[in-house]
Design a protein. Sequence first.
Length: 64
Amino acid sequence: MKGKIQEIYQQSHQIYGAPKIAAVLHKNGEPISERTTGKYMREMGIRALWVRHWTHTTTSRENG
């Protein structure tokens, strides 16, 4: 099971966390909970990367 978790993690470019990995495993017919998936990920020392979305901001210019 840990091998499958590692494979899904690598295919996601190290972005997927336990909920998404568990969902992919469920889709493939593997019965595993998010909690167990997270436990295995911690044991293997892997973590999901938090991707901050780029936000467009405006700035004001003072005249003068």
